[in-house]
Design a protein around this ligand. Structure first.
Ligand SMILES: Nc1nc(=O)c2c([nH]1)NC[C@@H]1CN(c3ccc(C(=O)N[C@@H](CCC(=O)O)C(=O)O)cc3)CN21
Ligand SMILES: CC(C)C(=O)C(=O)O
Ligand SMILES: [Mg+2]
Length: 460
C-alpha cells in the first residue's frame, strides 16, 4: 500500500461541482482509498487564462503503481470532459500526482514530486493544511517555500462544512453554499454500532446519514457491509414485497416479521421499523404496537404525521421507545392527500410543515424523515431543527437520505418516483469489477456522504 497526494484543479463550468464529483469518482475506484481532503481554494490562473481556479489536494492510499495512478488520473480528466484546444487552455479538470511515497520519478510522462509543487500556492497551502510539517522528498519542509508564493492571490473557500461564498464578479450568487463532505465513514473505526445518539453526533459533524429500507436478513448483511447507517423496515414492503398499490394493507405482524428477519443479521446499522397504517391512533395502541416491533428487534419506530402526533410521540419516548417522525408526503395518507404528490409547495403548507417538525422534535422525536418536498424546504426544515433529518425527495441538504432498496436496485415495478435513482444501471454504465449490487449500494452510500446525490434531477 502506498500513499499518494493528488492536486486537483478546475476553472470551467461549475468548478466546485466538478471537483466534488471528481473526488467522489476517485473514492469509488478500486485500489484507491481516500484518506484526507483539503479545503477548496480559489486562486487566479497561473500561466493560464480564464476564470479563477478552484483547487484542492487529496491524500490517498493505493495499490496502484505510480504509472497506473497516472493513467487513472488521465481517465478522470477524460471522464469529466477535459477540453483543451491549445496549451494551457482553460480546462474542466486537471488531476496531478504531487507525491508518491518518498519516490523520485523523472520520465517523459511523469515527474514526481511534481516539479512545480513548491512554486504554487494552490498546491502548497492545501498540502500544508493536510500536514503542517510536510516534508517533500529531497526538497525539505514544504512550509519553507511559503514565502516564495506569498504574492499569489489565493483564498480558502471552505473552512467549515458550509461556507458562504463572497464572489461578486463570478457566476455564483453570494448565497451559494457548498457542502464539504465529512469522510469519517472511510475510517477504520467506523464499524462501531450506530446508536440513536450517534445519529445526532453525525448530524453535528455533518457526516451524512445513509439509510435504506431493508426487509430480510441477506440484504441486511449486504447493506451493513456496504456501510449503510440505518436499515428501515418500511411499510413500503406493502408495495415492493406484497405487491399492493399502497402501504395501507400492511399490518403490525407483517412489519414485525420482517424486522425479526433483518434483526437476526446482527448489523452495525440502526434498525428502525415503520408503525403501519392504523396502528398508532391512540397513545396506548401506539405503545402496544411499538413494543411488538421493539421485541422483534427494532431500535426505533417511525410514524407518519404532523403535530397532531405530538402526544403519541411523547407517550412512546417517555416509555423508552425512540421515535422517528415522518412528514411531507406521508404515503399512509395517500387517500387523504389525493395521491402521491409533492408537499409543502405553498408558503402556508411549508409553514405548517415547519410547525409540525418543531412540535415533533419538542415531543421527543430524535429523527425526522421528510418525503417529497421542494429542496429549499428540506434545507429550511433541517436548519430549523436540532435533530437529524432524513430526506427522500427532499433535496441534498437534509442530514441524510433514504431510499426504498428495491428502487435503488431497479427491481421495483410500476411508476417510480422522481427521487428513486436506479444505482444498478449507473454501476453497469461505469463497468465496475465489483459484485454489481454491492457496488451499487456502495455508490449510493458514497454519493450521499459526498453530497453528490440527490442532484437537481432528483429534487422538486
Ligand atoms: N417502491 C416504492 N418506492 C417508494 O419510494 C415508496 C413506495 N414504494 N411505497 C410507499 C411510498 C410511496 N411513495 C411515493 C410514490 C410515488 C411518488 C410519485 O410518483 N411522486 C411524483 C410527484 C408528483 C408531483 O406532485 O409532482 C414524482 O414525480 O415523483 C412519490 C412517492 C414513496 N414510497
Ligand atoms: C421510504 C421510507 C421513508 C418509508 O417510509 C418506507 O419505506 O416505508
Ligand atoms: Mg413508510
Amino acid at each position: 500500500m502506498s500513499i499518494a497526494y493528488l492536486g486537483l484543479g478546475a476553472n470551467l463550468g461549475n468548478p466546485r461541482k466538478t471537483l466534488q464529483a471528481a473526488i467522489g469518482w476517485l473514492a469509488q475506484q478500486a485500489n484507491v482509498t481516500l484518506r484526507a481532503q483539503s479545503s477548496f481554494y480559489r486562486s487566479a490562473p497561473v500561466q493560464a487564462s480564464g476564470n479563477d481556479f478552484y483547487n484542492c489536494v487529496l491524500a490517498l492510499e493505493t495499490t496502484l503503481s505510480p504509472f497506473q495512478l497516472l493513467a487513472l488520473c488521465a481517465a478522470g480528466e477524460d471522464y469529466f470532459g477535459r477540453l483543451r484546444s491549445y496549451r494551457n487552455a482553460p480546462r474542466t479538470l486537471d488531476i496531478d500526482i504531487l507525491l508518491y511515497d518518498q519516490l523520485s520519478i523523472d520520465t517523459a510522462n511523469l515527474i514526481v514530486p511534481h516539479p512545480r509543487l513548491t512554486e504554487r500556492a494552490f498546491v502548497l497551502l492545501p498540502l500544508l493544511e493536510l500536514n503542517a510539517d510536510f516534508e517533500i522528498p529531497q526538497r525539505g519542509r514544504a512550509d519553507a517555500f511559503l514565502p516564495a508564493v506569498a504574492a499569489q492571490r489565493i483564498d480558502k473557500v471552505l473552512d467549515k462544512n458550509l461556507i458562504q461564498f463572497d464572489a461578486p464578479n463570478s457566476a455564483f450568487s453570494s448565497s451559494t453554499f457548498i457542502h464539504r463532505p465529512n469522510m469519517d465513514y472511510l475510517a477504520e473505526n467506523s464499524r462501531q454500532a450506530i446508536t440513536v445518539p450517534h445519529l445526532q453526533i453525525m448530524r453535528e459533524k455533518a457526516e451524512k446519514i445513509a439509510a435504506l429500507t431493508c426487509y430480510d436478513a441477506s440484504f441486511a448483511a449486504l447493506l451493513d457491509q456496504a456501510g449503510v447507517d440505518v436499515l428501515l423496515i418500511g411499510d413500503s414492503l406493502g408495495n415492493v414485497i406484497q405487491g399492493h398499490a399502497t402501504t395501507l394493507p400492511v399490518t403490525v405482524a407483517d412489519i414485525a416479521y420482517h424486522t425479526a428477519c433483518v434483526a437476526r443479521s446482527q448489523s452495525r446499522a440502526l434498525i428502525v421499523a415503520d408503525l403501519p397504517f392504523g396502528s398508532y391512533a391512540t397513545p396506548s395502541e401506539a405503545f402496544a404496537n411499538a413494543v411488538t416491533l421493539m421485541r422483534a428487534g427494532a431500535q426505533m419506530v417511525k410514524l407518519e404525521g404532523g403535530m397532531w402526533l405530538s402526544d403519541i410521540v411523547r407517550f412512546l419516548v417517555e416509555r423508552s421507545i425512540p421515535v422517528c417522525a415522518h412528514i411531507g408526503l406521508t404515503p399512509q395518507s395517500v387517500h387523504a392527500l389525493g395521491g402521491f404528490k409533492v408537499q409543502g409547495k405553498t408558503g402556508a403548507a411549508a409553514k405548517q410543515l415547519l410547525c409540525d417538525a418543531q412540535a415533533l422534535q419538542q415531543a421527543g422525536a430524535q429523527l425526522l424523515v421528510i418525503e417529497a418536498v421542494p429542496t429549499a424546504l428540506g434545507a429550511q426544515l433541517t436548519d430549523a431543527l436540532l435533530i437529524p433529518t432524513i430526506g427522500i425527495g427532499a433535496g441534498p441538504d437534509c442530514s441524510g437520505q433514504v431510499l426504498v432498496l428495491y428502487d435503488l436496485l431497479g427491481v421495483s415495478t410500476g411508476k417510480r418516483p422522481r427521487f428513486a435513482k436506479n444505482f444498478v444501471s449507473e454501476q453497469a454504465r461505469q463497468a465496475s469489477n465489483q459484485p454489481i449490487l454491492q457496488a451499487a449500494v456502495e455508490a449510493y452510500v458514497h454519493e450521499v456522504k459526498m453530497g453528490v446525490f440527490p442532484a437537481a434531477e432528483h429534487t422538486f
